[in-house]
Design a protein around this ligand. Structure first.
Ligand SMILES: NC(=O)c1ccc[n+]([C@@H]2O[C@H](COP(=O)([O-])OP(=O)(O)OC[C@H]3O[C@@H](n4cnc5c(N)ncnc54)[C@H](O)[C@@H]3O)[C@@H](O)[C@H]2O)c1
Length: 308
């Protein structure tokens, strides 16, 4: 049995990672400030500390454990929201990473896995983007995430800790926050379809994304546990292009009622379209996504309808 820190386990991705690790018999600790997560969503069996990862006093509460690995997943996850308060975005996404790296090194932890994002890339040509592309973020959120990646690199180079940044593309699936209508493309459209029978789409239906299912994302994080990454960043995607129009059509077909659509102008920092090349992670850990969008969407929609 190992002991892991999974930050943000009251949220969508952190909760799913923590749940899997508990299920495998490991001891799991989380720290969450419940800014977007829900106390009741912290998986059973997880030791939960309430606090902000950007706050040194909160991090000190972790001193009583010795972690085999840190999964730093907590953070605000919206490019749009990062424009409201770029300083908060920097604190929650970057200062938090720095403090947790410092804590990990000081306490002898040898592995640090980080939830980065495809937002670091900014606009790219219409073909799956590889990790060697020049990253030019369009949002404060993307800037903070790429800065965090550099802190991982620095900590690896200076203190030898094994670090991987997982550049997650659009993650979706059961457990996604259906109350925050500014974060998560699938959840935003689905929540509106269910609650209002009307979907307001901010931006063009021709925009496109690469949707990756939550269970595959959990597999991707865990695939690094037996692997020595040194320091590197990896796309976690499927390589499959889906336009916003196609996604809306799938959602509207799958819900058991009629919905209407309305289009408005886009949000600041929104990338027009992006898909990810996943050869690097496949080579490093053998990870491959297993869930096709139609199956993943079906599962998510059933879950959302039951939790209406
Ligand atoms: N969902 C996606 O499609 C996606 C894509 C790329 C990257 N990511 C990254 O994955 C991570 C998790 O995203 P999510 O979709 O699960 O979001 P989420 O909002 O569901 O979960 C985030 C969790 O972190 C907590 N949190 C936020 N800031 C915190 C802080 N400073 N200290 C302690 N706890 C804090 C929240 O309360 C919440 O429980 C984020 O870092 C996000 O940037 C998500």
């Amino acid at each position: 049995m190992a002991t892991y820190l999974v930050t943000g386990a009251a949220g969508f991705i952190g909760g799913a990672v923590a749940k899997r690790l508990v299920h495998q018999g490991h001891e799991v600790v989380t720290i969450d400030n419940f800014s977007t997560g829900f106390r009741e969503a912290v998986p059973e069996g997880v030791h939960c500390i309430e606090g902000g990862c950007q706050d040194a006093d909160s991090i000190r509460q972790l001193d009583k454990w010795s972690f085999d690995a840190v999964f730093h997943i907590a953070g605000q996850s919206s490019g749009e929201i990062s424009f409201d308060n770029p300083v908060y975005d920097l604190q929650t996404n970057t200062q938090s990473t720095l403090l947790l790296l410092k804590h990990a090194v000081a306490t002898g932890c040898r592995k640090f896995l980080y939830a980065s994002t495809m937002s670091v890339y900014g606009d790219q040509p219409d073909k799956p983007v590889g990790e060697d592309a020049v990253a030019l973020p369009k949002s404060f959120y993307g800037v903070g995430k790429i800065a965090s990646e550099h802190y991982l690199r620095m900590y690896h180079e200076h203190y030898g800790i094994d670090c991987a940044a997982l550049r997650l593309f659009n993650v979706y699936g059961p457990g996604q926050n259906m109350q925050n209508l500014r974060q998560g493309m699938v959840s935003i459209y689905l929540a509106q379809a269910i609650n209002n029978r009307h979907i307001l789409v901010k931006g063009s239906p021709d925009r496109f994304r690469d949707f990756v299912y939550i269970d595959d994302v959990v597999d991707a994080f865990l695939s690094f546990l037996p692997v020595s990454a040194g320091y590197k960043f990896y796309n976690v995607a499927t390589g499959v292009k889906t336009t916003v129009g196609m996604l809306l059509e799938e959602i509207r077909k799958a819900v058991p009622f009629q919905t209407t659509l309305e289009f408005a102008s886009g949000t600041p920092g929104d990338q027009f379209g992006i898909t990810g090349d996943i050869s690097a992670i496949a080579l490093a850990t053998g990870w491959q996504p297993k869930t096709h969008l139609d199956r993943g969407l079906h599962t998510m929609i059933q879950w959302a309808l039951q939790h209406e």
